[in-house]
Design a protein around this ligand. Structure first.
Ligand SMILES: [Fe+2]
Length: 209
């Protein structure tokens, strides 16, 4: 499979308002699930008497982090019914288990990893704002450091993604995301077919009472 850009792949996948609803559920905002791309940041907070997991970020700490830094949130595929359905559709199409990672970036900037490649396939959907995406041809030296790469060749995809647009980036294809505005995007991550986890699917039933 080659990288591919698709215009209007999924309009209305996730709005800022829906994202706000998710991040305000404090028990969901565990340190395992929330990744703040700010290695120097130290954060402290008092535990709340009713909190079952004291490792969950309190709202004031989380708001400051999201406003200052690029953040990503894993295990989000069931956080809305729309995300669950979109994840399920991809699982059926790709015959692979899929997770949905939400990325937020309030201050326009390059991706903190710079040009980098991942060890798994990703479908990235722009949800809010605009992002400049570049994708380069596959690398074959897979043992090299996969972040902050220096590539001088022309990218094979060079496009401005708008809400609803998607790009498919297979494993080992270097890419760079540069936010043009504040942005919200969802990265659907899937194991490569040889990954032993590739066949283990989450339940996608949506509870209705
Ligand atoms: Fe990536």
């Amino acid at each position: 499979m080659k990288p591919q850009y698709v215009k209007d792949y999924h309009p209305n996948l996730l709005s800022w308002h829906e994202f706000e609803n998710i991040i305000n559920i404090r028990p969901l905002m565990s340190q395992e699930r929330v990744h703040i791309l700010a290695p120097e940041a130290e954060m402290f907070w008092d535990n709340d008497v009713w909190t079952t997991n004291p490792g969950c970020y309190p709202p004031t700490v989380l708001r400051e982090a999201i406003k200052k830094y690029t953040c990503w949130f894993t295990e989000m595929s069931r956080s809305t019914e729309t995300l669950n359905a979109a994840t399920h559709k991809l699982e059926l199409e790709c015959k692979s288990a899929v997770d949905a990672h939400i990325y937020s970036c309030i201050k326009p900037e390059d991706h903190p990893f710079g040009i980098h490649f991942d060890g798994n396939d990703n479908v990235i959907v722009q949800c809010e704002g605009k992002t400049h995406w570049k994708v380069w041809d596959e690398v074959f030296d897979r043992e090299q450091y996969s972040k902050q790469m220096n590539i001088v060749s022309e990218p094979i995809i060079d496009t401005i993604m708008e809400p609803g647009d998607a790009v498919f980036i297979p494993a080992y294809y270097p890419h760079l995301a540069t936010s043009i505005t504040s942005r919200l995007s969802v990265s659907f991550a899937m194991p490569v077919p040889t990954d032993p986890w590739g066949g283990i699917y989450q339940e996608r039933d949506w509870v209705r009472l």
